[in-house]
Design a protein around this ligand. Structure first.
Ligand code: HSE
Length: 399
């Protein structure tokens, strides 16, 4: 019997308890591991909850119980989750988490502490909710040189963009609906400005490179400026607009960025709709492989947390290896990345636009007066900037 403690009885924490209780028989049959929820740490009480007698308010009760070997940290935020996780690992207790803020900020340090204390730190649920992506990267894809990771890593923004595309709705109206449906956070800034996806691609890039890609080095642009007219241009070209978190290892450098992007309708990521997430990994031998599923939500995320609990219980007394060194990976300036651009230009001077962007394709839509757009050829963003400087650019979306 493996005694487990849960830090934080919110959405994911209560989901993890539900998965452990409901699937106890299934888990034991498949893995030989019997899990017992021994403690739940939370500031609140939960009268009437079947687990109410497991709730404690003092972390020391759990840390001082030598029988607790595995902890699910589902508190969110860097502090006090960082302090509690560090203390637990120093005592040889394995920790697994859905906390992307903490993993992005302190991942390599916590992995080192786990290694020094013969326990493990796992974080499958921190990226893509219930989608298996971290374990595939660390195990199944170890024979690969990862060349690129592109992902729809935020469910809230994908829901908003899907509705804007399907219904021609405005950003602000759909955001309100997303909040009513409980998808968006109360303060949705981290979702809509791309910070949440930025943390997730920083984690995936670090695992792909084995070194730290710092979240601060990820260039991030959100979806707040995308309008129904942008979707009209995209439709005219048979393209979709998605918020794409991208990590690319190219001859021009290693790039990590989050931006709205135009996708060919045939791209597997273009089919990822609503709150779903999708991650496309390109390896030098395998080529593309795609990981798709529920990127958020109570039970989906909890399922990934409990998968880690089982791994840690099975590996008691040893460290499950995760190659992620603290040494910082060099991240190139996003201005050196080559791509195409859909540029909206005010006025009617198509000749001047094509002189700046030779080989570009002019697009016009009924939804916009006194403007047109050009889909450019492939070029570095610094070269695009130089060419666009002489034009009356309304907005630009990368492809
Ligand atoms: N706010 C996040 C999302 C939750 O919408 O994807 C999952 O990390």
């Amino acid at each position: 019997m493996a005694k487990v403690a849960v830090f934080g009885y919110g959405t994911v924490g209560s989901g993890a308890v539900e998965v452990m209780v409901k699937n106890a028989e299934e888990i034991a049959k498949k893995t030989g591991v019997s899990l017992e929820v021994a403690y739940i740490l939370d500031l609140r009480d939960f009268p009437g909850d079947p687990m109410e007698d497991k709730v404690v308010h003092d972390v020391e009760v759990i840390l001082n119980d030598p029988e607790v070997k595995v902890i699910c940290e589902t508190m969110g935020g860097v502090n006090p989750a960082y302090t509690f996780t560090k203390r637990a690992l120093e005592l040889g207790k394995s920790v697994c988490t859905s906390n992307k803020e903490l993993v992005a900020a302190k991942g390599p340090e916590l992995l080192e502490i786990a290694k020094a204390n013969n326990c493990s730190y796992l974080f499958e649920a921190s990226v893509g909710g219930g989608i298996p992506i971290i374990r595939p990267l660390l195990t199944c894809l170890t024979a690969e040189k990862i060349e690129a990771i592109q992902g729809i890593l935020n469910g809230t923004t994908n829901y908003i963009l899907t509705k804007m595309s399907d219904e021609g709705a405005d950003f602000a109206d759909v955001l309100k609906k997303a909040q009513e449906l409980g998808y968006a956070e109360k303060d949705p800034t981290a979702d809509v400005e791309g910070h949440d996806a930025g943390r997730k691609i920083a984690i995936l890039s670090s695992l792909a490179m084995g070194q730290t890609v710092s979240y601060d080095d990820v260039y991030t642009e959100g979806i707040t400026k995308i309008t129904p007219v942008d979707f009209a241009y995209a439709r005219a070209l048979g393209l979709q607009i998605k918020l794409i978190a991208m990590s690319k290892m190219t001859e021009d450098g290693n790039f990590a960025l989050v931006t709205p992007r135009l996708l060919d309708a045939k791209s597997p990521l273009a089919c990822v709709q609503d709150v779903f997430n999708g991650i496309l990994v390109t390896g030098n031998m395998l080529g593309d492989s795609m990981y798709y599923g529920k990127g958020a939500g109570k039970l989906a995320t909890a399922s990934a947390v409990v998968g880690d609990v089982i791994e840690e219980a099975k590996n008691e007394g040893r460290t499950i290896p995760v190659l992620w060194k603290a040494e910082k990976a060099a991240v190139s300036n996003y201005k050196d990345l080559s791509q195409q651009y859909l540029v909206r230009i005010a006025g009617t001077d198509e000749a001047a636009a094509l002189a700046a962007f030779p080989g570009g394709k002019v697009v016009k839509v009924a939804e916009a007066d006194n403007e047109f757009a050009v889909l450019t050829e492939n070029m570095k963003e610094c070269d695009y900037d130089a060419k666009a400087a002489g034009l009356s650019v309304i907005s630009m979306i990368r492809m």
